[in-house]
Design a protein around this ligand. Sequence first.
Ligand SMILES: NC(=O)c1ccc[n+]([C@@H]2O[C@H](COP(=O)([O-])OP(=O)(O)OC[C@H]3O[C@@H](n4cnc5c(N)ncnc54)[C@H](OP(=O)(O)O)[C@@H]3O)[C@@H](O)[C@H]2O)c1
Length: 246
Amino acid sequence: MNIEDRVIAVTGASRGIGAAIALELARRRFRVACLTRRGRGPEIDVAPELRSRLMNEICDVNDEASVRKALESVGAQNGLYGLVNNAGIHLDAPSREMDTATYERVMQTNATAVFTACREAYPYLAKAGGTIVNIGSFFDKIGVKRNLAYCASKAAVGAMTRCLAVEWASKGIRVLDVAPGYVVTDLNRDALEHGPVREYIDKRIPGRQPGTPEDIARLVAALFSENIPFLTGETIYIDGGHGIAH
Ligand SMILES: NC(=O)c1ccc[n+]([C@@H]2O[C@H](COP(=O)([O-])OP(=O)(O)OC[C@H]3O[C@@H](n4cnc5c(N)ncnc54)[C@H](OP(=O)(O)O)[C@@H]3O)[C@@H](O)[C@H]2O)c1
């Protein structure tokens, strides 16, 4: 199959890392189904030649019917070569004060919705094999104050990645978790550009710089372009060495 005929669905492609992933995949000539709440695709400047490789679908990842409809609309017509579960939220609070509703909101969007999107994509991916890339976080392996729900949700993404990789390997579906460190986006711009987190980054990231959405997008797109069958089930950290630095 030509690259131009391979369709990859990306959740949360409206902005941040998801928009960068959609555009990088389009740059590499894939067709990209942008699954976003407003159905407008990346809400940033996009060159017309890239725009023509993007399809827009309305999708709230917390609404199973909406996920099913979006993937059906893409998969039934064009088939599905890949899925990137990127949509995510970050809510923090001291654990002793975090109400259950906040905890569940984070788990729902960052973990449960990853499971439901994988399940809904399965019939289309299983037809000819394909790749799922889940966007996790290096917070999956460390303890972070005020971040119990977020850390737990991203650890769940790593666990689901391993389980699905094992369960669906016989269908030619590989499943990977790309786990970024600090990347400047709307999720954290205020915190990363000023104040104590900025000082922390200067001390803890060996290169003293956070990543960019394009760094993450290039790794994700390379996983699709290279298509290495023996690589599956792994969490691949991309954090400037933050997670391994002493
Ligand atoms: N930035 C970092 O430092 C960092 C580090 C590690 C991991 N990550 C992960 O990377 C992913 C993207 O984060 P980001 O930094 O790009 O965040 P962002 O700039 O805040 O963008 C979040 C994206 O998720 C979408 N989204 C949220 N809830 C959704 C829902 N219910 N249905 C559909 N889309 C939804 C948003 O759509 P709307 O435009 O509709 O709100 C937006 O496109 C997340 O999974 C995050 O946990 C980020």
